[in-house]
Design a binder for this molecule. Sequence first.
Ligand code: CO
Length: 172
Amino acid sequence: MTVKKILLYPNPLLLQESAKIEKFDESLVRLSRDLIDTMYDADGVGLAAPQIGINKRIFVMDCSREDEEKDCRIVINPEIKYRSEEFGSYKEGCLSIPGITEEISRPKVIKVVYQGIDGVFQRNTYEDLWSTCFQHEFDHLNGKLFIDHLRPMKKILVKNKMKKSLKKEKRE
Ligand code: CO
């Protein structure tokens, strides 16, 4: 089990576009395991490779409820093919922006295509929390964070709060 360090905003690696994965080899399997271990260790529902400093298009997610079995999905080179006109909103947080949660509205249903760890293409439809989580992690692969969905004034407030808490952390 390898729990990696999670990078915090505004680390520049979080703000970059990640590269498509071409090789489905043993090192990719190791990367997916590191992502899964790190996500569960941090009690997260999703984690994207750039958050552990690797700018590749892979993320993991598990939005199963506590009373359900674990259901971890490994998502590689994802594309969103359809976004519903209906929106849903959830209070989102991010392991890279600790201590901040904000209500974010996103398409309620999405249809997606991605590759699994074996490179095989999969189609899937996600709704509600799974849809939100998928879109949040997908954004990470494009260097986008959930606070980028906030109105400009609100985003400045959140950024300042984040800067303050980082300074406090350094002092402690
Ligand atoms: Co995040």
